[in-house]
Each structure stands twice: as C-alpha cells, then as structure tokens.
Design a protein around this ligand. Structure first.
Ligand SMILES: Nc1ncnc2c1ncn2[C@@H]1O[C@H](COP(=O)(O)OP(=O)(O)OP(=O)(O)O)[C@@H](O)[C@H]1O
Ligand SMILES: [Mg+2]
Length: 250
C-alpha cells in the first residue's frame, strides 16, 4: 500500500543543510496501523509530509496505492486523508458543518453523500451540539475533532495522522482511539506519529522508530516485545535510540 524506498530529505536553512531523513525504507501493507515514534526533530512530520506528496524527497522514492508521489500526486491525494499536528486547516468564520461541507465539495462528494457523512462523523465524535457553531470560538479539543472529521470526510483508504491526540482531553483521546479501532475494522491503512507510548501500544500492530532521520526499527510490535523480552515500549524505545540502527532488523 505504501512503499518508502531509500528516502533522503535535505533542507537548506540559510547556509545550514539539515538532513531530516536518511535512507529511510519500509513498507506498509493494506490494513496495517503503524505507529511512528521518534524524539522531537527525528523526522516524523517530514516523512508523513513526503508520503502525503507535500514534500519532494531529495533522493529515493515513495509510492502510495501503486502511485509514485512525484508523478501521480493527484491520484494519491484522492485516496489519503492527512492531519498534521497543530494545523487544523479550518476556517474560523465558518461553522463546523460549513467547514466539513467545504472539504466535501473539494473532494467532489454529492450533497446527499456530504450530509450522510457529516451526520455519521458528528455522531461518532459527539459533535452534534456544536456542528452549527462557528469554529473560531471552539476549544482546542473541539477543533481537533472537526479537523479529524475533515480528514475522513471523503472516506479515504489511507490515513496519516501527525500527533492526532495532542491537545485532546482524555475523553476525546479515547474517542480518537475508538475511531482508529473502527477504521482498522474497516480495513483502512493508518500511519500516525505519537509521543504517547501507551497510545501506540494500544492501537498499532506495527511500529517505525526514527532517530535523527534514520529508521532504527520497523516491524511487528508483538515480535518486538518478544525479541526485547519486555512489553514496556517506553523502555524499548529508549534502548533502541541508544543502540542506534546497528541492530535494525526489518
Ligand atoms: N521546512 C524546513 N526547513 C528546514 N528544516 C526543516 C524543515 N522542516 C523540518 N526541518 C528540520 O528537519 C528535522 C526533522 O523535523 P520534523 O518536523 O520532521 O521532526 P519531527 O520528528 O516531526 O519532530 P516533532 O516530534 O518535534 O514534531 C528537524 O531538524 C527540523 O528542524
Ligand atoms: Mg512533527
């Protein structure tokens, strides 16, 4: 479903070159839920933006649903839903419903499809009470729920979430977690970055760990627990960072 092959991404910040991704390779199968872990600046957002066709790799290739990100970005955009931490992309002067209608229109949904979809999502997220209020007055968690609904409006097969529960309270985080379970049951392919190990261990079957732009582990979570002789993901993550990618086995 997603193939990341030897991806390197360099940024130039004035005269300083930053290598945000270094020869990153892994693939994600249909229906997998992948947790992307890494310290601040590890390259998680850069990788997700590259998969979403929003960044061009300096080297290497990415394909999504069989389409190359450089050649067929439009085909990919139809099939993916993306949500980047901190950027909700919502219009403050519109109501939650109007925001969702606007994004539904961009994806070419009919009026009827839009209504059904918005009603479903509003129910799922408990947003019914504020669907007709302007987003400008919303709390962070309310906004985040509308943003997640926006990401899913066109019922995409592949979903990329960058720190989706940042800013959500426990109830809303749980709603998000239930939603991921539901999406998984529906056969969706999901990659999400998180700093919350508990969330990753609860929701993911696979993890990708990044450290300073390199992939230090990618594989099945249960196998990782077995090979490390521990189910403490926090501890495993820290020890992987210390050991680097010497022991990396895909
Ligand atoms: N547009 C850019 N221009 C210059 N450098 C950038 C740009 N975007 C990212 N970087 C650099 O690339 C590196 C990886 O950043 P990235 O945002 O991918 O990390 P991250 O793993 O998402 O971190 P966080 O957990 O803090 O969100 C950092 O050193 C960052 O400063
Ligand atoms: Mg980030």
């Amino acid at each position: 479903m997603i193939e990341i092959h030897e991806v390197t991404k360099k940024f130039q910040d004035k005269k300083i070159y930053i290598t945000a991704l270094k020869h990153v390779s892994f693939s994600v199968k249909k229906g997998q839920v992948v947790g992307l872990l890494g310290e601040n600046g590890a390259g998680k957002t850069t990788l997700l933006r590259t998969i979403a066709t929003l960044l061009t790799p300096t080297d290497g290739q990415v394909s999504v649903a069989g389409f190359n990100t450089l050649k067929h970005a439009d085909e990919i955009k139809k099939r993916i839903g993306v949500l980047f931490g901190g950027e909700t992309g919502l219009y403050d002067r519109l109501t939650a419903r109007e925001n969702l209608e606007y994004f539904a229109m961009l994806y070419g949904l009919s009026k009827h499809e839009t209504k059904v979809r918005i009603d479903d999502l509003a129910k799922m997220f408990g947003m019914k009470d504020y669907l007709n209020r302007k987003v400008g007055s919303f709390s962070k968690g309310m906004r985040q729920k509308v943003a997640i609904a926006r990401t899913l409006i066109h019922n995409p097969d592949i979903i990329l979430f960058d720190e989706p529960t940042t800013g959500l309270d426990i109830t809303s985080s749980n709603v998000f977690r239930q939603l991921v379970h539901q999406l998984k049951r529906d056969g969706k392919t999901i990659i999400f970055s998180s700093h919350i190990m508990e969330e990753v261990s609860m929701l993911c079957d696979t993890v990708a760990m990044m450290h300073k732009g390199e992939l230090v582990y990618h594989g099945d979570l249960e196998e990782l627990y077995k090979s490390e002789g521990s189910r403490d993901l926090n501890y495993i993550f820290m020890s992987k960072l210390v050991r680097g990618n010497e022991n990396y086995a895909s």
